[in-house]
Design a protein around this ligand. Structure first.
Ligand SMILES: Cc1ncc(COP(=O)(O)O)c(C=O)c1O
Length: 393
């Protein structure tokens, strides 16, 4: 045993020496965007609760009502006996609303990770090929590896490179997989061009809209996400969005052609072999979707903050990535440097985690600053001021 743990300790020490150790901070209370973390009151710029719905009284109420009616846990997977009325009704509503094609349906998952595993493993196998943007979220990559399909990565949003790879492929079935909003960069994928390629090469287009759903769409009017942002629809689109980010709850859903949804239900192991998410959460999701549709002011506020931040950040010595979304990364470079800037912010009462490899490429460690509808323009100025201060030290 000691030899086994000694090996682990050596690996952990090597990671620590490269500035790659992760620590978990403990959130003791929150009143977004402020929270008490490890005993300190902090202003937080690291949450994906973009619309500030996670603490909304209507969601809390919906969870309580759902718990009283259905209990806390689902008790089984969806296919055994864990599929409750609130699951069914939110699936119907999301299928109708997101509607990537006529007659599309939606399917709920307990997490986005499981949803992506389900999509890729249900639609691709040996003899197939998954084409993936180099900056896709890790779970799309893991899904491709699990599917046993060939896995071809193309340079970030490089449409020509992808076209060449698709043209050279002899795969039985092709699947293009992309984040809609790249989670660590904040930029938006050229989805209409990707759909053109999917049409030209007879491929599925898997869109992971974890960071666009609720936020993007019709100039802040609807929050229907990336498909509404670009006004796209197609039976080739397999759309996935998470419900633990802008929707403020937990879980995810896939919206796609009815046949694709059936395939997921019948064959996806990450759907079949896991307990359904608690029905009380489906109640909260229903409440959240109603607010996403109705409360356009949340998206408008986010947009004001993004503009304000981009102006305020111009004078900083670090590279602000070209993002028009709530994800506003500031690339610092080295792991230790990113940790140092993050720690200096922490000392000033501001919490922005440093993101390092393997989450981002080597040499591009960054502060992943996220803005939410709960922030004010003063909060944004406070952050910019603190960073200017740190840069001058
Ligand atoms: C782009 C993207 N896809 C998928 C996921 C996974 O979603 P979940 O947290 O619901 O598992 C995340 C983040 O967690 C993400 O950023």
């Amino acid at each position: 045993m000691s030899q086994l743990t000694t090996e682990l300790d050596a690996t952990l020490a090597a990671r620590a020496a490269c500035g790659l150790s992760r620590v978990r901070r403990i959130v003791e209370a929150r009143d977004a965007p402020r929270c008490r973390v490890d005993g300190r009151e902090m202003l937080h710029f690291g949450s994906n609760d973009y619309l500030a719905l996670a603490q909304h009284p209507r969601l809390v109420e919906a969870v309580c009502e759902g718990a009283v009616r259905y209990g806390v846990g689902a008790g089984a997977s969806h296919l055994i006996s864990g599929h409750f009325q609130p699951h069914e009704s939110i699936e119907r509503e999301l299928g109708r609303w997101i509607a990537p094609c006529r007659g599309a349906r939606a399917l709920l998952f307990s997490s986005g990770y499981l949803a992506n595993l389900a999509i890729v493993t249900a639609l691709a196998a040996r003899n197939d090929t998954v084409f993936a943007d180099r900056l896709n979220h890790a779970c799309l990559n893991d899904a491709a590896l699990l599917s046993r399909a060939a896995f071809v990565r193309y340079p970030h949003v490089d449409i020509d490179a992808l076209d060449r790879r698709l043209a050279a492929s002899r795969a039985r079935r092709k699947l293009i997989a992309t984040d809609a909003v790249f989670s660590m960069d904040g930029d938006i994928a050229p989805l209409p061009l990707l759909l053109e390629l999917a049409d030209a090469h007879d491929a599925w287009l898997v869109i992971d809209d974890a960071h666009g759903f609720g936020v993007l769409g019709d100039r802040h009017l609807c929050g229907r996400g990336a498909l509404a942002h670009f006004g796209m629809s197609s039976a080739r689109i397999v759309y996935m969005a998470t419900l633990g980010k802008a929707a403020g709850v937990a879980g995810a859903f896939v919206a796609a052609h009815s046949s694709a949804i059936d395939m997921l239900i019948q064959t996806a192991r990450s759907y079949m072999f896991t307990t359904a998410s608690p029905p009380m959460l489906a109640c909260a999701i229903e409440a959240s979707i109603a607010l996403i549709k109705r409360e356009t002011a949340r998206r408008a506020q986010l947009s004001v903050l993004i503009d304000r931040w981009r102006i305020a950040a111009q004078s900083l010595p670090w590279r602000l990535l070209p993002s028009e979304t709530a994800i506003q990364p500031l690339v610092i470079g080295g792991n230790e440097d990113a940790l140092r800037v993050s720690a200096a912010l922490w000392d000033r009462g501001i919490w922005v985690p440093a993101i390092r490899p393997p989450t981002v490429p080597r040499g591009s460690a960054r502060l992943r600053i996220t803005l939410t509808a709960a922030h004010t323009t003063d909060d944004v100025e406070t952050l910019a001021e603190a960073l200017r201060d740190i840069a001058a030290e």
